[in-house]
Each structure stands twice: as structure tokens, then as C-alpha cells.
Write a protein that binds this ligand. Structure first.
Ligand code: ATP
Length: 318
């Protein structure tokens, strides 16, 4: 029998109001499971970096609690910080230091004893071993990102935060980075990543959390989310516009669009039968002439946009 998965990070009613009065986190409750890859998605300014900084103990919360491995991040900062590795957005490295010294120094910062074999393993896993004697300044952007990850792993953290790990890197390097993240997961590290690339979340995350205006809008298994919300639409172009749908074709899955020139039928991609044939038969029976039929699959990107968009009127109403 498989063991139930424990939560390694527990965030409860977290609030962060910045001194100027801006509330960046507005009651965030979220549990992160040991060993998972969780993608945190949200538009610019949603509160992703503030959330990560608060879990890492770099930003003080104004309300609520965060525990890592059962320890409170404020009361027990040293214990929680040791359990966390953070890869920041900016490439903040000492340019004239070597790769190996940079990573070894980072281990020392957390009071861990020197362990050249451990550093070698980290560098090898990240394909940095051949570059160990190179100065940071001589590395490509992609290699510098790997050094940042190596640095964050140098003290053997249980939880790794990656803030926009593939921002601005090319497709090949991005896929390379995904392999690195998956290998870390296989080694038992819990990973939380923020990203603006939705296909990145879809490709590697076990669960997806969507944050907007300091509030968590959704947390769900990636596969379940795609199955539940990844609907397919059939768009039927009509020869002549309709004022209304015929009586036999009313229902929440059918809408009239494009000024009556189109019927949009939304169906579940998981269902045994799509129901498209029934719709076409009903059109025929009602004497409605179809000009064209096309289908489109909604992606996680559509789900994300509709979630964040649906959230917009709330702000206007406040
Ligand atoms: N030190 C600060 N003082 C005041 N406001 C701040 C501070 N840091 C962040 N904010 C504000 O809090 C909000 C959330 O910022 P945060 O950086 O957490 O968002 P984000 O989701 O990480 O955005 P991005 O995707 O652009 O990195 C923003 O409106 C930002 O302007």
C-alpha cells in the first residue's frame, strides 16, 4: 500500500501588506506536498515573488503562518532556511569566482561541513563538472543559470524554489532545464517553480496553483485540471445568420456566436461520444445549412486566461 504524501510546506491565511499599504498577499492558504513539482502561475505583480520570499523568510508576513518541515519560518528561521534552496530570478553571481568555489562557498554559508564529493556530484548532475575551473564571467547565460541551481542545492535543501528558471532562454535550453528539474524530483527534492511559460507548467508540474492579486484562485493536479477544463470546441459556420438557436439545440454546451453566424459546441474530450453527430443531425432537421466545421482544443493557457480574466470584475466591484 502506498503511503499518504506528507505536506512539507504549509501556508495558512498568509497576508503581506507592504509598508506603503499595498497588500501583495491577501489570505493565501496552500499546502505543498513532499516530493512534488508545483508550478505557481500568475500574471505580473500577482504576488508570486512575495510568496516565495515569505516562505524563504526573506520577507516578513503581516498575518498568517508558514511552516516548512513543521517549523515556523519566522520563529524558527534558521531551521527552515537550511531546508530551502532558492534560485532567484536575477543572475546574481560573483563574476571572477570559479564555478566550483561559488558552489562550495554557498554550502559553507549554511554552516554545512566541506564536502568536495557532494559538490562534485551536484556539478556533475548539472553538467557543470567540465566547467568547474571556469570563471563565472566566461560562462554562457544557460550555464550561469545552472550555477545558480547548483548554488541553491549546495547545502542539500529538501525544498527548492525556482523563480522563473527559464525566462529568456532558448527552447533547447528550456527542455534541458526541465530534465534537470525532473532529475531533482527523482532525487526526492520538492520543487516550486514560478513561470510565465504555461507550456512549461503543463510539461513538468504535478500540480498547478494559480495566483492573482494576492489570492490563490486554484490548486489542482495538472492532469485533472486539463481533463476537467481542457474542453474542445466545435465551431459550426452557418450559411445564414440565426436570431436564436432552434429549440432542439438549446443547452449550456451550445452558444450562438459571431452575430449569429456561428454555433459553438463545447464538448468533453474525455467522453465516450462527442455528441457532434447529434448536433449536426438537429441542424439538418431544422433546415439550417452549415458552411464549415472546425474544432479547437483549449489549452492550459486558455484555462489560465479565463481564470484570471473572470477574476477581474471582482476588483472593479470592490
Ligand atoms: N518592497 C515592496 N514594497 C511595496 N510593494 C511591493 C514590494 N515588493 C513588491 N511589491 C508589490 O507587490 C505586488 C506583488 O509583487 P511580486 O513581485 O510578488 O509579484 P510577482 O507575481 O512575482 O510578479 P512578476 O511576475 O512580475 O515577478 C506588486 O504589485 C509589487 O509592485
Amino acid at each position: 500500500m502506498s503511503q499518504p504524501v506528507a505536506d512539507i510546506v504549509t501556508i495558512t491565511d498568509l497576508v503581506k501588506a507592504y509598508p506603503g499599504g499595498f497588500t501583495a498577499l491577501n489570505g493565501v492558504t496552500l499546502s505543498i506536498r513532499e516530493g512534488e513539482i508545483l508550478a505557481l502561475l500568475g500574471p505580473n505583480g500577482a504576488g508570486k515573488t512575495t510568496l516565495i520570499s515569505t516562505i524563504c523568510g526573506l520577507t516578513m508576513p503581516t498575518g498568517g503562518t508558514v511552516t516548512v518541515g513543521g517549523h515556523d519560518v519566522v520563529a524558527d528561521y534558521r531551521a527552515t532556511r537550511r531546508m530551502i534552496g532558492l534560485v532567484p530570478q536575477e543572475l546574481s553571481l560573483e563574476p571572477f569566482e570559479t564555478v566550483e568555489a561559488t558552489v562550495a562557498f554557498s554550502r559553507g554559508l549554511f554552516g554545512r561541513p566541506r564536502d568536495p564529493a557532494r559538490i562534485e556530484k551536484i556539478l556533475r548532475d548539472l553538467s557543470l563538472w567540465d566547467k568547474r575551473a571556469s570563471k563565472i564571467v566566461a560562462l554562457s547565460g544557460g550555464m550561469k543559470r545552472r550555477v545558480l541551481i547548483a548554488k541553491a542545492l549546495a547545502h542539500d535543501p529538501k525544498v527548492l524554489f525556482l523563480d522563473e528558471p527559464t525566462a529568456g532562454v532558448d527552447v533547447e535550453l528550456r527542455r534541458d532545464m526541465w530534465r534537470v528539474v525532473e532529475a531533482l524530483k527523482a532525487a526526492g527534492v520538492t520543487i516550486i517553480l514560478t513561470t510565465h511559460y504555461i507550456e512549461e507548467a503543463e510539461a513538468i508540474a504535478d500540480r498547478i496553483a494559480v495566483i492573482n492579486k494576492g489570492e490563490i484562485l486554484l490548486v489542482e493536479e495538472t492532469a485533472g485540471l486539463m481533463a476537467r477544463m481542457g474542453k474542445k470546441e466545435a465551431v459550426i459556420d452557418l450559411a445564414a445568420p440565426l436570431e436564436a438557436l432552434p429549440a432542439a439545440l438549446t443547452g449550456p454546451d451550445l452558444t450562438l456566436a459571431a452575430g449569429g453566424h456561428q454555433i459553438v459546441y463545447t464538448y468533453d474530450t474525455q467522453a465516450e461520444r462527442t455528441g457532434i453527430r447529434r448536433v449536426l443531425n438537429e441542424l439538418d432537421a431544422a433546415g439550417i445549412v452549415m458552411r464549415d466545421l472546425s474544432t479547437r482544443q483549449s489549452s492550459l493557457e486558455d484555462v489560465f486566461v479565463s481564470l484570471v480574466h473572470d477574476d477581474a470584475p471582482r476588483e472593479a466591484a470592490q
